[in-house]
Ligand binder design. Sequence first.
Ligand SMILES: [Zn+2]
Length: 390
Amino acid sequence: MNGFNEVYKKSFSNLPIFFHNLQRINRNSFTIIKKDMRDRFQFCFVALGCVITTFLTSMIPTIFVGIVPLIGTNITTMYVAVALDGNHEPLIIAFALGSVDCDEAWIWFMRRLKECLGDNIEVGFISHMSHSIDYAIQRVYPDSYQGYCCKNIADKVRASTGSTVVEQLFWKTCKTYSVSEFYVCLNKLTNEVNGNELRWLENIAIAKWARAFFPKVRFNVKYISIPTGLNWLTINTHELPITSIIEVVHQSIRTVYGYRAALGDGMHGHLTPYAQHVLERRMNQSNGYEVTYIGSDKFEVSLNLTIQTFQLERGICTCENCQKCGIPCEHGIASLRRLTFEEIQELVNYKLTSVVYRNAFQAEAVNPIPILLHWEIPVENTVVLPPFAL
Ligand SMILES: [Zn+2]
């Protein structure tokens, strides 16, 4: 047996000690190892304590779950849960490593994720189209929203029709805010395709991909990309010891934390740059609207033939845009013209403010995992053997 194989095998037996030290230095972290009846490694799961706190207190409650394929004969799949921070940048909130992308693996991953997040939080999930993921979410989170990444569907639309024109029509349909506009676009889309090319799309519930039908928990998120920090793992051509893979992901999360903590220092406005940008765009769009006060706290806001009703006290609009993304819509802004920009900013969801963003990344840092020389050996000795293929 050559030297690498020895190191590779040892990385499995070292995993419990490695996790002990990761948790020792990153408090409230979750690390779990799943073994078969003969103590052979099957899966492991990692979620850092400070990241879970950041997610629960400061991030958009829509979680992307998906996989990152890895090079290797034993550890072939990384399962990831990714969400957006208040500046709409992705962050890995939990990950797992294992050998097979199947129903059982996904159910195990989703159950561990639920243990970290607790039962008292309303979350929605998005993913690429996958029966295994659909099934696992339905089993573990039966009452939660489950949708698809619009980008993944757009890719499939282009592949099934071979047409970028149809893909563009899909995006237009997907991005509409109002139900009536959605059906106009959908009509154009179906008229452009031949025969049964998009029959599969008809079989998917509209709320899974069309913004006009998204529930509040989706926060109008069209898709979430896997953070670029993991790109190295996808192009790496050598099999790595399992502890090295975990170190790469851990280091990538640590780098992101450090970068965003510094970014938070440079945020001088009330809102994150993302929220500020959206609000400014909507302020510009609100200029042409005609506003009529219709009593109580209600305003009727019209442009051409479309009329929406904005309720000031509840901060809701019939276009549903305020409720769905936490930023006042152009109808709300038009109704609030007497307010200053600073006052309108106060109506934005607290998760999109710079103070919450700063606290998310500065309250607690991701600490480096101690090197082997500084490992503390736990009292309890847990046996983990390499997977069966070794
Ligand atoms: Zn509106």
